[in-house]
Design a protein around this ligand. Structure first.
Ligand code: DAH
Length: 356
């Protein structure tokens, strides 16, 4: 075979390889095309086998020429492989395109319930005035909910509250109840505190108890201003020299902080509670703003009754002071301008999301 024919036949081979590579539509087709030229039974391999009969000199030139053709085919293959990979990458980028200039998707930001907001404010404000924050059971026994608070069995004061009873009796044979107020926590907290500081108490070194207890309370009641479950915050400050004056200053300062205004006044209105003597309702009046000019009842209060102090395991000759019990829901209604208590408990997101 002449050199010219030989090299022409190799040029054709390279060209034909290039055509098949170009026709391949997928990587698999490209690999098939590769096998047809460079594989074990491929056309290049066949040419190499065909050199067996050639002379040593012919082998040299023909071998070099085939090798060149082979390299040219391999180069073509590489070009097509790369083009295919580039096309695949472009396709993927297109499919998974991400427009970083789009505005971010809004995450529905949650918020605290207005009662929780009020509750937190109350803890924070009284905390700043040196009050501990207590916590106790919602299922209460007769002693703590009534008797220790000076409501002896059959005392008419007991019927002041419509009570949810639990179908189970305590050790004394009285049914447990859902606490009707947070006042039982006065006894629980003071008793526990006195026990914890028994040594200091005996030495006369336990000088005071100062605590608030926010929590859920329950009564058989349901209308625009009463819900069967509601929230109260109890306050108790006992010491050697704690008076109504301290109650007035404490409560007034609390209201100013809670409502974020100095423009309010406070008055005590005589009242009756079995666990305080004397007892008073606390009314406040805003001097400006939408609620200005009306007396608003915000809390029961009074000087802790000596028998109640005794029921705490403390000496009423040494420990004197005040207690108060306020409705957290009422405080929240006044602060946020809500006129129906039931809105707090309906779970309507349109209402609740206004407090975020
Ligand atoms: N426990 C009372 C109630 O639920 C509120 C109350 C009044 C609490 C006077 C007190 C207090 O601590 O001194 O109606």
């Amino acid at each position: 075979m002449s050199t010219a024919t030989a090299s022409e036949d190799l040029r054709n081979l390279v060209q034909s390889a290039e055509h098949s590579f170009a026709r391949a539509a997928t990587p698999a087709e490209l690999e098939d095309a590769k096998a047809a030229f460079l594989g074990k039974a491929g056309r290049v391999t066949e040419l190499m086998k065909g050199m067996a009969q050639l002379s040593v000199d012919e082998k040299k030139t023909r071998g070099a020429a085939i090798h060149q053709a082979k390299q040219a085919i391999e180069a073509q293959l590489a070009v097509h492989r790369q083009a295919m990979a580039d096309a695949e990458l472009a396709r993927q980028l297109q499919a998974e395109a991400l427009d970083v200039t789009l505005p971010g998707r809004q995450r529905g930001g949650g918020g605290l319930h207005p009662i929780s907001l009020a509750w937190q404010r109350i803890e924070q404000i009284f905390g700043s005035m040196g009050f501990d924050v207590g916590d106790g059971p919602e299922i209460e026994n007769d002693w703590y909910n009534f008797t220790a608070l000076n409501n002896p069995p059959n005392h008419p004061a007991r019927s002041m509250q419509d009570t949810f009873y639990v179908d189970m009796n305590d050790e004394e044979g009285h049914p447990y109840c859902l606490r009707t107020h947070t006042s039982p926590m006065q006894i629980r907290y003071a008793t526990a505190h006195a026990r914890k500081h028994a040594a200091a108490l005996a030495l006369g070194e336990m000088r005071e108890i100062r605590v608030i207890v926010p929590g859920r309370t329950y009564r058989v009641d349901n209308d625009a201003t009463h819900s069967p479950m509601f929230h109260q915050v109890e306050g108790l400050w006992l010491g050697e020299d704690v008076s109504f004056k301290d109650l007035k200053v404490t409560y007034l300062n609390f209201c100013k902080a809670f409502f974020e205004t100095d423009d309010l006044v406070l008055r005590f209105r005589p009242s009756y509670f079995p666990f305080t003597e004397p007892s008073a309702e606390i009314d406040i009046q805003f001097q400006s703003g939408p609620l200005a000019g009306r007396w608003l009842e915000v809390s029961g209060s009074g000087q802790v009754h000596p028998q109640v102090v005794r029921n705490m395991g403390l000496d009423p000759e040494r420990f004197i002071g005040f207690a108060f019990g306020s409705g957290i829901d009422r405080l929240a209604m006044l602060r946020y301008g809500v006129n129906d208590l039931r809105l707090f408990f309906d779970g309507d997101i349109r209402f609740l999301s206004q407090f975020k």
